[in-house]
Write a protein that binds this ligand. Structure first.
Ligand code: ATP
Length: 360
């Protein structure tokens, strides 16, 4: 019988993106080989700021059509000091997420074995969260404008857009996700005391639908109070759902609390699976360490494990995650941002070896 093929588009992007994505593809191929049930086919696309500076666009005109033919996308980072951040973000990453309607951004935050976070005495028992971010509208809908530029009366506006379709689908997604986790707990985060239209709307949609999930324990928090709770009472949190902006901020805090930006993964999911989903490390292009061979590839490896899980290759996803945890747990090959001295190559080799040695 011929093996299942998973078609992956690798889009390394800028800065350390190519370093971590090449390592990520190596690890994905190794786990496919070890698992034996499927093969990875991939194509690498040199889209990003370098291309923009030369040709005026981040990807070819038919780039999005090209991506639609793949099962999943492994993305590196977008950002270059020579290009304003909002141009890069809208020209590549957001363009992909929005056009393919990858509306559920999922960000696990867990302290891996051997990693000490900044919170004293907190282990993976207390800090094991998933933050679900609305990824298609809200504060990042791109609606707004600037008028009277450079004049005294200049105005800049961004309008947050919340639709019933958008709010309900992300909240139902989060409720389902919470239901699939052992604690079955979901916190809704908004700011409905100060923002009395869109945020009150979020709260009311939640009130209307949460009854469909009687087995999920729910609570509600204002986003400012949530930052305090994440630091002071991490054990009271499990799954979190919030708007595009709020969850963006909370998940960077979560990444810092789990040891380093270099380790945190994310998936931009199209849950219906009628278009590819995109997986990427949370960190950016980190130009300060580009080309030095010291970038931490673990965030990409964890994102690759999420990719496999989304593709339904649950055993392979578990195998990869266990290999990552073995390497962090042993502590012999930790990258610099996690307090070690290992290069990207050494970390990758250690994970490859752990995949080889895994015996489930
Ligand atoms: P961007 O503008 O694309 O967001 P940035 O450099 O401003 O990029 P990040 O890339 O998120 O922001 O990184 C902030 C800092 O964290 C970097 O300067 C780098 O030192 C460190 N860092 C980020 N990712 C990694 C990684 N994978 N390995 C090691 N250090 C990292």
């Amino acid at each position: 019988m011929s093996k299942r093929v998973i078609n992956i588009a690798a889009v390394p992007g800028d800065g350390i993106g190519p370093e971590v994505i090449d390592a990520g593809m190596e690890v994905l191929n190794a786990v496919a080989k070890r698992d034996g049930g499927f093969v990875i086919k991939s194509e690498r696309f040199d889209w990003g700021s370098e291309r923009y500076l030369k040709k005026g666009d981040f990807m070819p005109e038919n780039g999005l059509e090209t991506l639609k033919a793949f099962d999943s996308i492994l993305f590196g980072s977008a950002g270059d000091p020579r290009v304003p951040d909002h141009i890069t973000l809208w020209g590549l990453r957001l363009k992909i997420c929005q056009t393919l309607d990858q509306y559920a951004n999922v960000r696990p935050a867990r302290l891996l074995p051997g990693i000490e976070g900044p919170l004293k005495g907190v282990t993976s028992k207390e800090l094991d969260w998933v933050i679900v971010r609305e990824n298609s509208e809200g504060e990042y809908a791109g609606v707004g404008g600037r008028v009277h530029q450079s004049l005294a009366e200049e105005v800049g506006m961004d309008v947050a857009v919340f639709t019933r379709t958008g709010v309900e689908r992300i909240q139902r997604f989060a409720l389902e996700l919470a239901r699939s986790r052992p604690r079955k707990k979901l916190t809704l985060v908004t700011k409905s005391n100060a923002q009395r239209h869109g945020m009150v709307f979020w709260d009311s949609v939640f009130e209307q639908i949460k009854g469909d999930y009687p087995d999920v324990e729910t609570d509600k928090m204002l986003v400012d109070a949530m930052t305090t709770r994440m630091v002071l009472k991490p054990e009271t949190i499990d799954t979190v759902v919030a708007t595009n902006l709020h969850a963006d901020v909370l998940s960077d805090l979560a990444a810092a609390l789990t040891g380093s930006l270099g380790i945190a993964p994310t998936g931009n999911l199209r849950p219906e699976k009628d278009a590819p989903s995109m997986f990427e490390p949370i960190h950016g292009s980190a130009f300060d360490i580009m080309g030095k061979g010291i970038a931490n590839p673990l965030g990409t490896f964890w994102s690759a494990a999420m990719l496999l899980e989304h593709e339904g290759e649950l055993d392979a996803a578990k195998r990869l995650m266990k290999a990552i945890e073995r390497v962090t747990g042993e502590g012999k090959h930790l990258p610099r941002d996690l307090g070690g001295t290992a290069t990207s190559r050494e970390v990758t080799d250690a994970v490859l070896e752990a995949i080889q040695q895994s015996n489930e």
